[in-house]
Design a protein around this ligand. Structure first.
Ligand code: FES
Length: 103
């Protein structure tokens, strides 16, 4: 695993999700207001771009067919998705959000 810098922490506001390229994958960096979380930007139902969905607390809704995921655990919360999205550890170093992705 390797820590990859993404965005300045003050550029991802509470309730926002922004997508970054890290470790060869698209990762949605989400600010729930309580913390920063990183998930694959790929809905497990049919590949929808989760960063384009609505983030409400720790739940993000896929813009394509409405599946919701818990960004803190990756768990699928409702149909049509049943499989979790992958999550990645985050940290802030010198004001920049880093995500820990496979090398
Ligand atoms: S692609 Fe996300 S709910 Fe269908």
């Amino acid at each position: 695993m390797v820590w990859v810098p993404t965005f300045p922490a003050d550029e991802v506001e509470a309730g926002a999700a922004r997508v970054a390229e890290a470790g060869g994958r698209r990762i949605a960096v989400c600010n729930t207001g309580d913390g920063l979380y990183a998930i694959d930007d790929l809905c497990t139902h049919d590949g929808g771009p989760l960063d384009q969905g609505r983030l409400n607390g720790k739940e993000i809704e896929c813009p394509r067919h409405g599946a919701r995921f818990d960004v803190t655990t990756g768990r699928a919360l409702c149909l049509p998705a049943v499989r979790p999205v992958k999550t990645y550890p985050t940290r802030v170093v010198d004001g920049v959000i880093e995500v820990d992705v496979p090398a």
